[in-house]
Design a protein around this ligand. Sequence first.
Ligand SMILES: Cc1ncc(COP(=O)(O)O)c(C=O)c1O
Length: 352
Amino acid sequence: MSKKIYARERIHAIGGYTPGEQLTGRRIVKLNTNENPYPPSPAVGQALHGLDWENLRRYPDPTGKSLRDKAAEVFGIPASRILCGNGSDDLLTIALRTFVGEGEAYAYPEPSYSLYPVLADLQGASKRPFQLTDDFELPDDLLSQAADAKLLMLARPNAPTGNATPRKQLRELCRQFPGVVWIDEAYADFADDNCLDFVDEFPNVVVSRTFSKSYALAGLRLGLAFAQENLIEEMLKLKDSYNTDRIAQTLGTAALGDQQWLRETCAKVRATRAWTANELTSLGWQVLPSQANFLLAKPAHRPADELFAKLRERGLLVRYFALPRIDQFLRITIGTDAEMRELLDALAELDR
Ligand SMILES: Cc1ncc(COP(=O)(O)O)c(C=O)c1O
């Protein structure tokens, strides 16, 4: 007997988002979800030890005031123009709910972060996916393809390709696009530049950042969105009342306070990225230029899905997407030098 369906039709019809695997139990070299291979700043550890646990009986500040004050100091943007999220995924959900009504158009690139279309399905938005060019750049006719979109979502650097749209091109797009342009800067700390200043220049731009990658705090769930005050005020109405907890607010504030750790850690990841890209290239792989903490690369000999499975058997976890245009590639998160050495040695053996 088939089970009765209680969920809304649209929710029942969609598959939902599939996060990268979080394997535990055996020794894994985890290069599949773009986490930081290094532990967070010691300042985060100290803040955790110093945390007033008895205070957990109290609700947190609804908008993360002290975290926003610290972020204001670090990023030079007033706290009233910053929104905290339970990870940046939470902020992306808030974006769809705030800016895109049911049946209204929402534009996003392909290939890009696989959550973007799922959010559209959940919201009942009318999807306007547009194909990136052969080099995974924005298409010239993007404005006409997305003319009626209320929201345009872009990751810079893009995932899983790793490239960053030139600032000049993106600025022009923000100037001309009639709706909101959301620039998802989850990986910006690993890049040569970023577009945070666009939120001063444009009334229709939101930039989001996460603590999950460069700050090595994926387990904490914390993200920030920056925009002009009226956009933040609208989004505040949509967020859960207490979408960031006391622990996240306290540790996030400590993490922001150690910018030297951030700079040093990102420099290490970037150095390992350059070295790994060279090594893969000498193995005959096609490596796309990356501004993020991962590489999208095409094996020299064996099919990507086969290598993915063989690496997995050895406890080396990378990401494979069975999606058009990227199904010949593997996405490899940058780990420590030792982890990358282990991966490269395995590839030299398996990819023949
Ligand atoms: C482009 C992009 N945006 C956002 C996120 C989500 O980050 P968070 O952990 O802050 O929810 C990811 C995670 O992989 C990502 O790749």
